[in-house]
Design a protein around this ligand. Sequence first.
Ligand code: AMP
Length: 288
Amino acid sequence: MIVARGVAELRRARAEIEGESVAFVPTMGFLHAGHLSLVRAAVDRADHVIVSIFVNPLQFGSGEDLARYPRDEESDIEKLRAEGVHTAFLPTVPALYPPGFATRVQVRGPLAERLCGAARPGHFDGVATVVTRLLGLVRPRIAVFGEKDYQQLLIVRRLSEDLSLGVEIVGAPIVREPDGLAMSSRNRYLSESERADALALQRALRSGREAIERGGRSAATAVENMSRVLSEPATVKSDYVELLHEPDLTPFDDDPIRGRVLLAVAAHVGETRLIDNCVVNIPPDGGQ
Ligand code: AMP
């Protein structure tokens, strides 16, 4: 496996596999089984896989956890080697954003307005900018993103299509701990009691799913129930609870809950911000 830290090294590694199919998995490192499931999906779909590890300062707001974001480069590199990755790309900040770098990519409209778009202003501009830069450097045929960050997946799919990047964006299912907590590099911040309280995100999604599958509930009632379940533990402060049309992320307002529905939650558990979601498909007759 080639470990590239600069753009020139990445270009040399990429040149070795010119003409063959390349799949790309961007990450911020501190790799867990969720990331590795993306790498495996990539391995299954292409001749070669390139994985990036880059904690992107552009997507962190002031007061967020950029400085303390967990890192373990050595162990990450070993995990990627074991998966048969062709190149691990671990650029420095000036390698990706050299002096004079002045471009920002912004996806507008309903896809970016709600959920983390509203809760973390500027976050998706940072994501869209780094992903566009990385896709330009890596030139993959496909790129794999986790459904864990569902809104991010939809935004990246939109930008790839809008900018004719020619990259197929593949979504991979959420990988969870045995008790249901979605795997996240940020889970390592949680104390033992916070770790237990974090299961409220999963419980809130389950209660929302059950309510809308039973039918006869408005989106507002389902959201109210979910918010109550989410905020039960004292350490959990809800950030958002939403129920939106998937894939366009428009609200239900007074519409009957039908079709594909994204249930999304975000909360601070102590100091740690966690997100989770699920997609439910309600048949046209509401399953009645
Ligand atoms: P991150 O390192 O958190 O930026 O995540 C890198 C990629 O891994 C993103 O596409 C995430 O959606 C994906 N990912 C993170 N956690 C999970 C998980 N538990 N299951 C599936 N994909 C995940």
